[in-house]
Each structure stands twice: as C-alpha cells, then as structure tokens.
Design a protein around this ligand. Structure first.
Ligand code: GZL
Length: 328
C-alpha cells in the first residue's frame, strides 16, 4: 500500500526548532476560537495515549509549548484507540476551535472526519505520525520524523556490527498499522537486504509498551533458542525484552544484542549500562514546531506539507555523555 507522504518537490523542510511562538499575539488579529478578543488561539489536540516514555515526553512538550505560546489547548488522550481520537476531533469541530492537531494512532481511516473538519473550515496539523490518504488537502502539514530512515539507521548499524557472522534477529514491532511500525520495519529490511547472513527469524507487535515487549520476547525465547539480536521499534519494548532475557538467565547486550528507537532517558540509561547496544533517536519535542505552525496556519500563511524533525543515533559512549543533559 502506497502511503502518500506529501513531500514538496523542493525538499522536505528539515527544521530543528522553530522559534517558540510569542505570547497570545498582539490582540490584533482575533483568533475566532477564543471569543475573548485577546487574540489567543485555541487548539484541539487529540493525543494517541500514554503508552510509552516517548509519548509522555511528547505530551509534555505540547502542553508546555502551548502555555509558552499563549495557545489555549484542549487536550485528549485516546488510550491508543482510533475511535476515541475521531470522537475528540468531532468534539473540537463542535467547539469551533481555531486549529486541530493530532498524532494518528494508525495510518488509515481518517478521511471522513478530516473532511468534516475541512467543511467546518478548521485547519488540521498532523504531528508525529502520518496518515495514508490520497487527499493531501485534508491537512496543512505533517510535523515528525522519517521513520523509514530510523529503520535504515538501525539496520545499517547491525550490518556493520554483524560483519559476515550468521545473525538471527527477532523484531518486536510497534502498534499494528501505525506509521512508525510500518516504516521502521521497512527501513530495517531495506538496510539488511544485502546481507544474507542476517535473518529476521520472528517479528511480532508489542504495541509500543514495555509489557508488550516483555511478553513477545518471552515467546520468542521459547520458540527461538539461538537469538543473536533484538530489534525493538521503541525503547519501552526493548526494556521489556531486557526483563525477559534476564529472566531466561541470559545477559542483554552481550548474549543477545538489542537495538531500539526513541532514546528516552530509560532507554539511554540501559544503553549506558550496556544492556542495549544501539539506539536511534526519535525526537518527541515537537511542541514548539507545532505551535509555530498553528499560528502561521491560522494567520493564513502557506506551510510546507512536510516538516521533518532532525535526530541522531547513540552508542554506549555517546549515551553516557548525553544523559546528564537529556530533557526526556
Ligand atoms: C514515534 C512515535 C512512537 C514512539 C513510541 O514518532 O509515534 O510512538 O517511537 C510511541 O515510543 O509509543
């Protein structure tokens, strides 16, 4: 299924941190949603849930940036259920907010509710995860990481690490149908496809949660006695896998190497301790970019369809050095 990531011909705009929005504007251009004439912009945000350390950091960033920018934020937690996100978006439409933003828990099934927002003339901004839609007029821009690149970085590290050694990999996927799960899997497979010595012997969803990662890893250990590497689509599932590996009497990071994505504090701590071997960063601090984009959209400015966040990778030494200053 071709997912339509709308990228301007010119290039995706790689933006590190747009300036935090100013306070509630000069009171001149009244934001329709506030009604108090104070120029404060009202945003409805439909969050995925609170499933991981990354999500908690993402929520904190959005809430803090809204406060700093003088944006009135209406916030909902969908507990990882699409129907709850759709309900929240419909509620924001009824409340006539100035702008709607959300992180789609899965890629498909959004066109109907986004068309309702479009008919209500409320602009929509996607953050973190993309939607798979043929109609790119349904949203103003998508602010987030390139998950395929994240998967490629994970695979490229393993290709370098494995050399020509026969290497059996088990993959703990993110939420079924979610853009990061689909793309991190695709990127990883693409990076290892030239290395016939590397084989993914099992792949299953752990739903981005620590408990999910532990349960899946317990099952993998029972059915695959000779696992060399775990590739987990986020730190939380990798940390759950560590619990299962230790309970099986093996040493994580040595008997079984672990690669994860996110680089939240708990993951970086495990990496600095040698229990994880490599982490690909996925930046959750999207709040400032979102508020800046919202103010521009409400002011009628044109935005690039794709705003890609910058991020890096960490080995054990780099994690140890970065931990003291880590914001999340
Ligand atoms: C990625 C984000 C993913 C994180 C997980 O941008 O959507 O969801 O990698 C989180 O930790 O649950």
């Amino acid at each position: 299924m071709l997912k339509k990531i709308i990228t301007l011909a010119a290039s995706a705009v790689v933006v590190t941190a747009l300036s935090a929005c100013g306070g509630g504007g000069d009171g001149g251009a009244d934001a329709a949603g506030s009604g108090d004439g104070g120029g404060e912009l009202t945003m409805g945000f439909a969050q995925v849930g609170a499933e991981s350390g990354w999500r908690s950091a993402n929520t904190k960033s959005i809430q803090e940036s809204a406060k700093a920018a003088g944006v009135e934020l209406k916030f909902s937690d969908a507990q990882q259920k699409q129907e709850n996100q759709i309900k929240a978006i419909r509620s924001y439409i009824q409340q006539k907010v100035d702008v709607i933003a959300f992180s789609p828990v899965v890629e498909t099934g959004w066109d109907t509710v986004l068309l309702e927002a479009k008919r209500a003339q409320i602009p929509v901004i996607l953050t973190d995860r993309a939607v798979d839609s043929d109609d790119d007029s349904l949203y103003e821009t998508f602010i987030g990481s390139d998950f395929v690149k994240e998967g490629e970085k994970a695979g490229e590290w393993l290709v370098g690490e494995a050399g020509s050694d026969p290497t059996k990999v088990v993959e703990i996927q993110g939420t079924t149908g979610a853009a990061p799960a689909i793309d991190r899997k695709a990127g990883f497979e693409d990076a290892i496809k030239g290395s016939s010595n590397i084989e993914v012997v099992a792949s299953q969803t752990g739903d981005f949660t620590r408990s999910g990662g532990k349960q899946v890893m317990e099952a993998f250990l029972k059915s695959n006695p000779d696992i060399d590497v775990v590739y987990a689509h986020n730190d939380d599932m990798g940390l759950g896998a560590i619990e299962a590996i230790e309970a099986a009497g093996k040493v994580p990071g040595q008997d079984i190497k672990i690669i994860t994505v996110d680089a939240v504090k708990d993951g970086m701590t495990a990496l600095s301790e040698g229990k994880i071997n490599f982490i690909v960063e996925c930046n959750p601090l999207l709040g400032d970019q979102l508020m800046d984009a919202a103010e521009k959209v409400v002011a009628g400015d044109e935005l690039p369809k794709r705003i890609e966040t910058e991020e890096t990778t960490f080995d054990q030494e780099q994690a140890t050095a970065a931990l003291p200053d880590r914001q999340y």
